[in-house]
Design a protein around this ligand. Structure first.
Ligand code: NAP
Length: 240
């Protein structure tokens, strides 16, 4: 399969690339940077991990930047993983509109535009493709300081469910993976005390496994999940 993955350079996105490569797929990854760990994967799987540097904060140009000379119509796209995101973390009474708009560009507007062109590619090739968005447990539980971030993920969850309804008759599926807190760059600023509090809210009393999230994404992309669409799959250690 050919899979487009955003935010491929580190954290969950890099792990999704690794799992898909292990399973024999070809990955088209976009992010702004290309660290050594990503380059090592390219060396390990020659020709199967393509990369383009794209800044997803520019939704106006996301079509030409991603689909113009990278995932062209010659590529038959089987899956799209919307993983790239940033967390604008602050309390509601401090909302800064520029920062809010900047986050929505990356977390919501670019992913929506990319979904548009991913579906068009699938229609062109008559592919029963699979779309997977990465949300966050903060949508469902609430955390102080994450209202703006959680709202962007809530938008994706609604977008995915409605996309599933709209395109299901052509076999195109759309699902969401809802991870709990993971030890990645995104959560690096949390103190040990904050982490302990977050993990205490989970049934398994621990951080969510990045590998488990990536494996779930790969499962939703696969034929094994042929009857799963319009769903939010929680991979969150049982957060209550
Ligand atoms: N970490 C957690 O605890 C947690 C919990 C729940 C959900 N999530 C979600 O899981 C997903 C992956 O997060 P993560 O923890 O792996 O975060 P991360 O380590 O910060 O990685 C974020 C990825 O997004 C890319 N990205 C950010 N801004 C971009 C931009 N303007 N243009 C292009 N790419 C951009 C980054 O690449 P470059 O910097 O190279 O551009 C990076 O590859 C996100 O959707 C996040 O919201 C995370």
């Amino acid at each position: 399969m050919n899979i487009l993955v955003t935010g491929c350079s580190r954290g969950v996105g890099l792990e999704i690339c690794r799992v898909l490569l292990e399973q024999g797929h070809t990955v088209y990854g976009v992010a702004r940077s290309c660290p050594q760990e990503f380059k090592d994967l390219q060396t390990q799987y020659p020709g199967r991990l393509q990369y383009k540097s794209v800044d997803l904060s520019d939704s106006e140009h996301v079509r030409e930047n991603v689909f113009g000379d990278f995932v062209t119509n010659k590529v038959q796209l089987d899956g799209f993983v919307n993983n790239a995101a940033l967390a604008y973390d602050d309390i509601v009474s401090n909302i800064n509109l520029d920062r809010l708009k900047g986050m929505y560009e990356v977390n919501v507007f670019s992913p929506m535009v990319m979904t548009k062109y991913a579906i068009r590619n699938m229609l062109l090739h008559h592919t029963k493709g699979s779309i997977v968005h990465i949300s966050s447990i903060s949508v469902h539980t609430g955390y102080k300081g994450l209202a703006m971030y959680a709202s962007s993920k809530g938008a994706l969850e609604a977008f995915s469910k409605n996309t599933a309804r709209e395109w299901g008759s052509l076999g195109i599926r759309s699902n969401v993976v809802v991870p709990g807190f993971m030890p990645t760059a995104m959560s690096a600023t949390l103190t040990d005390e904050q982490r302990a509090k977050i993990y205490a809210r989970t049934s398994l009393k621990d951080a969510t496994s990045v590998r488990s999230v990536a494996e779930t994404v790969a499962y939703l992309l696969s034929e094994k999940a042929a009857s799963i669409t319009g769903q939010n799959i929680h991979v969150d250690n049982g957060t209550i």
